[in-house]
Design a protein around this ligand. Sequence first.
Ligand code: ATP
Ligand code: MG
Length: 454
Amino acid sequence: MAKSDEPLLVVENDADLCNQLRRCLRGYRVLSANGPAEATETMRAVEPPVVLFDLGLPAGRGGAEQGGAALGEMLRRWPRAKVVVIAAGDEREYALKAVDDGAYDFCEKPLEIDAVRQVVARARKLYQIEEENRRLVRASLTPLPGIIATSPAMLEVCRLIERLARVSATVLLLGESGTGKEVLARALHALGPRADRRFVAINCASIPESLLESELFGYERGAFTGAIRRNTGRIEYADGGTLFLDEVADLPLPLQGKLLRFLQERVVERLGGRGEIPVDVRVVAATHDDLEAMIAAGTFREDLYYRLCEISVRIPPLRERSGDAALLAHTLLRQYARSDGRVVTGFTVDALAAIDAYAWPGNVRELENVVRRAVILAEDREVSASHLGLDAADDGAGRPLRLRDARNEAERATVARALGLANGNIVRAAELLGVSRPTVYALLNKFGMRAGCE
Ligand SMILES: Nc1ncnc2c1ncn2[C@@H]1O[C@H](COP(=O)(O)OP(=O)(O)OP(=O)(O)O)[C@@H](O)[C@H]1O
Ligand SMILES: [Mg+2]
């Protein structure tokens, strides 16, 4: 038997039996509960991998039925735990039903110590394997810090960001509002050699034009009325680190010229200053605007554009990322339920279908808002479609015509969707897809989805 300090919960109100189990399970940190209510508290606090649950609780007539109901509730709330049912001979029917409902196995009374030990050891082993599987899937579903994705489109972006993090070229992030431009800019910084220096973000749209120049370049004392002391500009402040120019399309034309000069010369001159100060920063810019159209309209400088987009990265909108919306929704729901102290554990099938079908014009930011609201409004453990308030829309535009490409794309998208709907659980994804687990692994391999950016 594996020696470990792992917690193990025994739900048993017979003190003798409880002591017997304690002796038999030496090596585990045995916690005991004398009934379902106490068990729930321990599960909440510790969530032990293995639980031994006496079905005959509470003792007396109808105990097994009630025990079965309490056990069902536990299995629903803590589906990862391996529950071994303890049942008397005449409770066999309930024990089998419990196994049907998701319990790991059952042991009949009178208990055979060696058999109990073996069952527990096997349950623990399975838990470990599943936990490792979950960890691997989580790693491939969190391809970059702060990024949750399973879709091939987004994993490709992540791979690119990872590679770009290592070089100092200026990167332009292009994507609709709420697609994650800022999270990716931060990832570029965090994964690169400048990670221990500053990441300085400046939003060119949110600072009034009159202040933007001094904000970017800084000023000397007396440079203008009110400049009572010297102020370092954001560019200089980012020296050694990364400068993130958010909403760069909103930079007024005169400042575009000044920024261009900085990008060429890599020096800044504070307002009212007399000298040039060399600054070493990695520049990342972002916009949701169409810069090429702005160049054509004469509102954005072409030379600046080419400086900014030494490398440009297009971030796909959420509607083009198969499976990501459902996966993000699961993750956000867990986060919000925890932070808002709500017992909401998932979505109904209808709700997931609505999330999957909706076009998400506001992208991840909109999804965040919708899930947060739904978590607050939910009356049950599960968020239903009505709490999301989404209109389904799927026009099927832009699909490929070549049959092989269409098949491949459909297959890729379906695997990603299943993975998203299954919240990354390979076993569940295999069920949804109607294929075996090895087939799912093979498909993930084929589409480079597991490898992700690990
Ligand atoms: N792939 C992702 N995984 C997890 N969270 C994400 C992801 N993409 C975006 N987010 C979250 O969504 C929100 C919007 O992201 P972000 O601010 O980076 O988008 P943006 O493209 O800069 O949007 P905007 O144009 O509105 O400024 C943030 O709270 C961010 O943490
Ligand atoms: Mg932003």
